[in-house]
Design a binder for this molecule. Sequence first.
Ligand code: AMP
Length: 420
Amino acid sequence: MSFKDLDLNESIQKALVELGFTEPTPIQKEAIPHVLAGKDLKISAQTGTGKTATFLLPALHKFAEKPGTKVYGPRVLVLVPTRELALQVAAEAVKFSKYLPKIKTVCIYGGAPYPIQNRQLSRPYEILVATPGRLIDHIERRRIDLSGVEMLVLDEADRMLDMGFIKPVEQIAALATHESRQTLLFSATLKGNVMKLAEKLMDKPIEIAVAPEHVRHDHIEQRIYYVDDLHHKFRILDHILNDTTINQAIVFTSTKRFADSLVDELLEKGRKAAALHGDMNQNQRNRTILRLRRGEIQVLVATDVAARGIDVLTISHVINFDLPNSTEDYVHRIGRTGRAGASGIALSLAAMKDKYLVTQIERFTGQQITTHTVPGLEPKARSESRSSRPGPSSRGRPAGGFRRGPQRGPQRSSRFSGGR
Ligand code: AMP
């Protein structure tokens, strides 16, 4: 199936050809016809599956085919959990609408100055991509009217709820009163509060779960290195970063403070490193991502929320210096590499006592994470032979996952170099 078969407007197809999109992804094939038909949909899809285009392409198609009378306020509202994702969705909207010059996208998120956003909101626009908190601020100041929203998209709904945005999301949805409003919900998992939200906001939604094969990051090789202690971890990281096949890497840590101190270590070792975390203001984050795109950063040390929306095709490796707190976060993290069909390598460093977490990740993804060792840096505590190989029965298990309590980041106790 090609994009032509989806009968999308010619101008959109022209942009897709330029972007090198030859074929719709599985989720696009399955969902776009329903979106075009105006149905409500709840879709279980991870980042990297092409979910953004799944709602943007039909939205743009509708604009192209049915221009509509210009009212202030958006025709499409996309709610997202983080600024990074907001910027990414807005950037995709701009790319896809390149040959639909009358379509304007506005992106608003917290942490950025109000005057620029106020100015953007005072002119006509069709697509609004927003984080819930800042959107509520603008609504309360009467700068946005949502009564013309024909399509409401809740992107990464599970994450929005995890971040405590349930009330703002409901409040916003209640203001999108267009009689034929269509609601699309995207979430890594469709369960618990996400399902409750879907029931409240949607009208007989069609449920689409992308088959596990397509969300398993098949093109990403996953490896695990077991470590004895923090110092051992540092040495293995150092060894990994010396690998000449690394183009750019994202190293995940569990705390902001530790991300900063790890960057200091890496800079001291002469590596082009930078941090990306929630303590940085929006300008700093944007600048860092721009430097990453330009290749000025080789190793980005990031925390989960900050790195969620990063879409940089040249990232060859993801390194979990600390394991994430949930299986979903693991899938999101490793999806930062292997973008748009490229291959990637995801490496995790874990203590032997965390082996059960690795097993849970394997069950969740239905994929095996192979144990690797660095010659001369083998763990002293022996990893027993693999017992956690996921069998066929574990494939496609309902999304689940461990949630550990808040992790304290490892204290910086030693340097990379020197003996163990
Ligand atoms: P997403 O899951 O929306 O974050 O998309 C992941 C990446 O895949 C983004 O870089 C998209 O631009 C890209 N992408 C989306 N759909 C396609 C497609 N049909 N063909 C090639 N790349 C795509």
